[in-house]
Ligand binder design. Structure first.
Ligand SMILES: [Zn+2]
Length: 48
């Protein structure tokens, strides 16, 4: 197995999406429409 395929596999396997409240910084569950902690609807979505 070459370096490129190993690297590619790592990238594919490591990508995940997280949601975070812009107001209080709470990490939210997937596709949350609003923050359960503060009620803000301003949710940021990150792919990491
Ligand atoms: Zn919040």
């Amino acid at each position: 197995m070459g370096l490129v395929s190993s690297l590619r596999r790592t990238v594919d396997g490591g990508l995940s999406t997280v949601w975070e409240c812009r107001n209080c910084g709470e990490t939210l569950s997937e596709d949350a429409a609003e923050c359960p902690r503060c009620g803000a609807e301003d949710v940021a979505r990150y792919e990491i």
